[in-house]
Design a protein around this ligand. Structure first.
Ligand SMILES: [Zn+2]
Length: 156
């Protein structure tokens, strides 16, 4: 099948109201769902396209979530694992907003540090704080660097 096949657009169905996260790096769709806290148990209507042919790269993943618009915090964390993603907000089947994710310099309060001896892991009134690096994040308090496991650290 060629890259220009228009049926690719139809492979993942259109949504009515919600968010389409496009240009997710191949293999990251499930991590995107993990970051959004979506496991299907709340009845959300979610479509996932994996290894869909893409113009920019050979393939990409797409995640479509019906009935939910992403918060700024969620977009920040998303940028850590899907730096090239575009966030499309859809209302009444129309894209009303299209944003590239931007990597923040600091991520606060959203992730938990995996280091058990980190002060943020103790019962201290300290919010988590991570500096965003080129290829990962670093805990402001214990300097632990996290690269692959970001999606598992979301503070539920
Ligand atoms: Zn830490």
């Amino acid at each position: 099948m060629s890259d220009r096949d228009p049926s690719h657009e139809l492979r993942v169905s259109k949504i009515h109201n919600g968010t389409v996260i496009d240009h997710v790096r191949s293999g990251q769709a499930l991590n995107v769902l993990a970051i959004l806290g979506i496991d299907g148990s709340n009845g959300e209507e979610v479509s996932v396209g994996m290894n869909v042919p893409s113009d920019r790269h050979a393939t990409k993943d797409i995640v479509k979530v019906e009935g939910r618009e992403l918060s700024a915090d969620e977009v920040d964390v998303l940028s850590l694992i899907a730096p090239e993603a575009t966030i499309n907000i859809v209302r009444e089947y129309e894209v009303v907003e299209k944003n590239r994710v931007e990597r923040p310099e600091i991520v606060e309060d959203v992730l938990s540090c995996p280091n058990e001896s980190c002060i943020t892991s103790a019962n201290e009134p300290v919010s988590s704080r991570f500096e965003v690096l080129e290829n990962g994040i670093r805990c402001h308090y214990c300097d632990r660097i996290i690269r692959e496991e970001i999606a598992t650290l979301i503070d539920a």
